[in-house]
Design a protein around this ligand. Structure first.
Ligand SMILES: Cc1cc2nc3c(=O)[nH]c(=O)nc-3n(C[C@H](O)[C@H](O)[C@H](O)COP(=O)(O)OP(=O)(O)OC[C@H]3O[C@@H](n4cnc5c(N)ncnc54)[C@H](O)[C@@H]3O)c2cc1C
Length: 383
């Protein structure tokens, strides 16, 4: 039988990858098991933004926005080859949020994260800065900055560094059986390999409760809401290097973002689903996104202009609000029982907060690792 790991992580999305890297850098014996390829699920189906989440201020999520803005600064530094700051324009729509609400939101957005290297937000004349893109009734607007990221690459860079620092990464392997003993977990893989670990971390994003129920066989204490989000990709709708934050009648926002030199990425939607498997865009989502573009842009688009689509499923912590208001924060559920080895379930989270989440996981698990673990380090070492 193999030697005992300190930590085994199930799930190779951004959260699992971030924890593996952080742990390996602290000389913790860590192994990550992913049933498909690394970063092939939710973490590569996102809007690809490292952002504070301006919209979350409306739900008074100041702590989350503050942490996200701080992380935006750190990720800009540690992942500089795969991120770029982008100016976002919010066209003013009097029927939606008032100028004052947006101004207050942006005032906070500029300041909540502390010292920032991003330009401050400002009021703009849209037709002067980017003439003839939006319809002529959209004259006034606001500009703020966020960070665009190659999400899949972010997972891969974390995994590569974790490997370099000694982590064992196992891809394309299913866990077929898990046994919980007093001091360790015994994990059996589909290739019949058996691994042992003092701590088990369930970082399977939208699969979290399925893995708990079907593999770990423990009743979940928390409910999650699975909310699908879809994007469409068109030939670029304009040449300038600006993104748009479009306010919709349902109070949601849709982003239009320059993508890979030649394209525009447009999303997203919010549709509740029952399963995280193979999410696909529905015609109603396509219509929703096309209508949003056609409401704001001079250039009108139709079904035939869509070159590609992708969808992902958000694993949101259930708080019984409407989908756009459900928190994007994360929660740790530590399952300890004096007679058995610990289990940590990770609920929720965003691409933006993966590094801080990973650091918090290790601080949280300190008492159960039975060894001196090194200080936090991922905020200063480039990926
Ligand atoms: C439409 C959409 C847009 C988003 N946009 C943004 C954004 O712009 N910015 C942002 O910060 N966040 C965004 N998010 C949120 C962000 O993408 C997710 O919070 C994040 O990717 C979740 O990462 P994860 O590691 O928890 O899950 P995942 O990336 O889903 O990883 C979980 C992994 O677990 C694996 N797994 C499942 N079961 C098993 C098993 N039995 N054995 C082994 N492995 C298993 C899966 O294959 C998967 O690879 C968006 C999400 C969606 C859906």
């Amino acid at each position: 039988m193999d030697s005992i790991f300190d930590i085994i992580i199930i799930g190779g999305g951004i959260n699992g990858a971030g924890i593996a890297r952080d742990a390996a850098g602290r000389k913790i014996k860590v192994c990550l098991i992913e049933k498909n390829n690394i970063g092939s699920a939710t973490s590569s189906w996102s809007t690809k933004l490292i952002h504070g989440g301006l919209r979350y201020l409306e739900n008074f999520e100041f702590k989350l926005v503050r942490e996200s803005l701080k992380e935006r600064e750190i990720i800009k530094f540690i992942a500089q080859d795969i991120v770029r700051p982008l100016p976002f324009i919010i066209p003013h729509l009097p029927s939606q949020r008032s100028k004052w609400i947006i101004k207050i939101g942006l005032f906070l957005y500029d300041r909540l994260g502390g010292k920032s290297s991003f330009p401050k937000s400002k009021k703009i004349n849209i037709q002067k800065i980017i003439p003839n893109i939006l319809k002529s009734n959209f004259k006034e607007g606001f500009q703020y900055y966020d960070l665009q990221v190659d999400d899949k690459k972010l997972v891969e860079l974390n995994i590569n560094d974790a490997k370099k620092k000694g982590a064992l990464i196992i891809e394309n392997q299913k866990i077929i059986e898990v046994k919980r003993e007093k001091n360790y977990w015994i994990i059996k893989l589909s290739n019949q390999k058996i691994l042992k670990s003092k701590i088990l971390i369930n970082a399977t994003g939208p699969w979290i409760n399925n893995v708990l129920k079907d593999i770990i066989k423990i009743k979940s204490k928390k409910e999650i809401r699975l909310v699908k989000g879809s994007h469409i990709i068109t030939k670029k709708l304009y040449d300038q290097n600006y993104a748009f934050t479009l306010q919709n009648e349902d109070n949601r926002v849709v982003f239009v973002i320059p993508f890979k030199q030649e394209y525009s990425l447009i999303g997203t939607t919010e549709i509740e689903v029952h399963s995280p498997e193979n999410p696909k865009i529905e015609q109603s989502e396509i219509i929703y996104l096309i209508n949003t573009i056609n409401k704001f842009f001079k250039k009108q688009i139709k079904n035939d202009d869509i070159l590609d689509t992708y969808s992902g499923v958000r694993p949101l912590i259930e708080d019984y609000k409407e989908a756009s208001k459900v928190t994007r924060d994360y929660i740790f559920d530590l399952n300890i029982n004096n007679s058995f080895a610990p289990l940590l379930n990770i609920y929720g989270g965003k691409l933006t907060t993966y590094r801080k989440l990973s650091e918090s996981v290790l601080n949280y698990l300190k008492p159960y690792l039975n060894k001196k673990i090194l200080y936090p380090w991922t905020h200063k070492e480039k990926l």
